[in-house]
Design a protein around this ligand. Sequence first.
Ligand code: WQD
Length: 338
Amino acid sequence: MKILVTGGLGFIGSHTVVELQNKGFEVVIVDNLSNASIDVLDGISNITGKKPILEILDLREKADVQSFFKKHTDIAGVVHFAASKAVGESVENPLLYYENNINALVYLLQELQQLEEVCFIFSSSCTVYGQAEIMPIRENAPIQKALSPYGNTKQIGEEIIQDVSKVSSIKAVLLRYFNPIGAHESAEIGELPLGVPQNLVPFITQTAIGLRKELSVFGNDYPTPDGTAIRDYIHVVDLAKAHVVALQRLLDKKNIEKVEVFNIGTGKGSSVLEVIKTFENVNNIQLPYKIVGRREGDITEAYANTDRAFNVLGWKPEFTLEEALLSAWKWEQKIKNQ
Ligand code: WQD
């Protein structure tokens, strides 16, 4: 079974390629290398002993997408990661996000709807909920107006897939990720943020290794027990495995609806200070940080209700926050001076 993984050299993409190969799937990666290094391919094959096929192309080039599917006529499933994902950047450069995250999806779906049966896994995000009223967040929580163009592209992407599935043979699972962190235990692959990390955990590990002077904690005046914002931090390998389970569900025709939605998180909320303390304890490191003002667009709290993921999808997370933070630190040390 040949599976296309777009953005397969990226953080979540590369971990998902490993888990797909572990399950015996043949993987074709499409990546434009805009936010990933080709060395990730070696990282993947060092883990699995199998080198995925890599087609370097940009999904915004419609003609290239068409020729890809003329060449690869035996694609049984697609896991679509390729997208821009920095919230702040999307505010400054909305058209980059609408072109990359929407056009690419449209060109991809235009090809897929020509095929017989296609199983489509879409990388969505808990950001579609905005600040949900009720915790933990269920999949039927209202979708709120996106706080950023990035979040809007995820909402629009979900709607496009819903509409296309009604008039084509495309079956889809939308996975709404919470906060992916950590790295594969081998430290062969992990997160490679370009420039100054926007996300908490890579900023923590870069501070710990001395690349950053100190961590700025964005606000401690939130209505939470310790005043810092709460998120659901999920190990990237658990998240990757959820993609394989979702794909297998569609391939085995076990899906109940043509488009199904699942929140993929641990079900546990952790505050920024709790993540810092846990990182310090498991890695025996003193992390320099200071409290600064809130970051524009941040919400107070988000963590997943995992009932559907467990009872319907048949998936549950296995790694703890401690293990994820240990793996993140091991990875940072591995890539030091690279
Ligand atoms: C987590 C918490 C920050 C950095 C975003 C997107 C989501 C997904 C993951 C792409 C927040 C605080 C952070 C720092 C800090 N995007 N923080 N100092 O914003 O929850 O989610 O990234 O896949 O769709 O919305 O993740 O890691 O940026 O922030 O205090 O230097 O850490 O305020 O409370 P976020 P994050």
